[in-house]
Design a protein around this ligand. Sequence first.
Ligand SMILES: [Zn+2]
Length: 170
Amino acid sequence: MTRRLIMDCGREADVLEAVAFGRWPDHAAELVAHVAACAACADLVVVAGALQNDREAACREAPVPAAEMVWWRATIRARADAARTASRPITVAQGVAGACAVGLTCGLASIAWRSVPWADRFGELATRLATRRVDLASTLAMEHALPLVLVLAACLVLAPLALYITLADD
Ligand SMILES: [Zn+2]
C-alpha cells in the first residue's frame, strides 16, 4: 500500500476561485500552466469542477415560482409589515390605558372601602371580636387583609402589563 503525501500549494485558493467563478480553463491560462505541473492543484480542479457542474445542474432544475406569485407574496408581506408597524404605538397606548384603569380602579376601591359605613361596622365587629378572645394576630390580619389583597391583585394585573409593554418593542 502506497501512502501519498498530501501537499499544500499556495495557488490552491486562486485555482478554486477560478473554478467557482467559471473562469476555468478559458480565462486562466497562467493557472492552467501551474495546474499541469502541480498534483495538488490538479486534484483540486477535478473535485471543484465536479462540484461546480453539480451546482449548475441544480440551479437549472430548481423550480422558480412565477413572477406574479413572487410579486403577490411580496405585496402581502409588505402590507403585513406596514400593519405591524402601524399597530405598535396603538398597542403601547392600550397597555398604558389599561394600567391607568387598573390603578384608578384600585384607588377608587380603596376610597370606597374607607367611606362606606358598613366597613366601619365591619371594623367594629372586628374590634368586638378582638376584645373577646380573639388574639391580636387574627385581628391585624382581618384589618389589613383587604388592602393587602388589593395590592396583591394590582401587582398580579400590573406585572404582566409592564412585562408586555417592556417586551412589545421587540
Ligand atoms: Zn499548485
